[in-house]
Design a protein around this ligand. Sequence first.
Ligand code: HEM
Length: 485
Amino acid sequence: MSKRVLTTESGAPVADNQNSATAGVGGPLLLQDQHLLEKLARFNRERIPERVVHARGSGAYGYFEVTDDVTGYTKANFLGEVGKRTETFIRFSTVADSLGGADAVRDPRGFALKFYTEEGNYDLVGNNTPVFFIKDPIKFPDFIHSQKRDPFTGKQEPDNVWDFWAHAPEATHQITWLMGDRGIPASYRHMNGYGSHTYQWTNEAGEAFFVKYHFKTNQGIRSLSADQAAELVGKDANSHQTDLLQAIERGVNPSWTLYVQVMPAAEAADYRFNPFDLTKVWPHADYPLQRVGRLVLDRNPENVFAEVEQAAFSPNNFVPGIGPSPDKMLQGRLFAYADAHRYRLGVNHTLLPVNAPKATVAQNYGRDGLMATRNGSRYDKNYEPNSYQGPAQTDAALSAPLAIHGWTGTHEAPQHTKDDDFFQAGELYRLMSEDEKGRLIANIAGGLSQVSREDVIEKNIAHFAAADTDYGKRVAEAVRALRED
Ligand code: HEM
């Protein structure tokens, strides 16, 4: 079989892909060698900015299938019928390290899911943890700076990591989670996913509910100890990518069962925890899990750069029946992501195949910008309203309105009766077996003992002690023992 012809980017045949054109044998290169110039220039431009967080990740296509009727809570069309399937794309990720970082590290994992629904793409951009370190987006850049590489040493510094946490008592719950047994998942397949934030669902009658999403892995939870992870990183730094890719190639399609906790909107004001505080969970005894459907991953992307690196998820991509809650962190994220995409991928990133709607067509009056490939024809007006056949608004709100009251200002999050920074961290600690507690303490002490300042260590220990006296005492003892070594 004859091979296809190698061409330049403009399609002209290439005569020689091994030798540059020179002035005479052994002479200097010729500027007229278009193929050489194009190859070198394109190579220089291969990289785009990596994601400022969650830079390292893996993606897969699949589908979501509804197994239970939730039409009493949401009018979302893709959840409207038992048995209905919607195509999905997911990107899993680690958070703190750069693109070349290792997979098997102690870090939350991203769980970013795109549903290509008939009413537009719905993005649920969550993590493998039900809570988060902070509850106000204004702290996010400082938080991330403290966890990523230090500008002077060029590496992650326990001094910075723990100094930030010393000033963020609300992080105690998430730190307890992260330093515990689930802190290093064995693979992306063996962990749960959570929407983490509270979202709002609205049904056909206009009734509003607050919901939390839980994707439970059907592969079972599997995690690594610190030692197992260190060994694995040495053997295969890309262990999560290897695992996901190979499982799907083998036809072992990973799946998750989606459950939601549902709170009628009227109950939010008097709930014992602030339901919009991302550092808190809703105990299942208060709001039990209700099954919705299953997510199955069955297809690997053909090209990592095109489909995974260029994937863009935004928490403000909602569909009718689903909307934001007043959670301040979520509200901050509604801005941050699409802004990041415009910087990282450009204003027309929604035209890329992985980001474009698949089950419907985007129709609007946004035009031009770099790389505009779908920009309208002679029949399409680029303004609205118009007297022609251009798309028009529906006058139907996507979700129910949120009630507001009070004054503008830089307010701290409202406190409900059981709200403090430590109660739920203590509950999580007390739930652990004696062995788990031992490993948790060892993990915390391993990091905290490397901090150079005693006052930073003390402040962190005070947070653990406020969660549970025994917890604080044991961390203090373990840190002291390591520092005396
Ligand atoms: C105010 C707080 C936060 C801000 C400002 C923020 C901002 C960002 C930004 C700018 C990116 C990179 C987006 C890109 O370049 O494509 C990102 C990625 C991501 N964030 Fe956040 N983030 C916040 C909190 C969270 C929380 C609470 C979660 C989970 C519950 C989360 C989950 C993710 C995930 C999964 C990704 C990777 C998405 C992907 O795979 O492309 N983030 N975040």
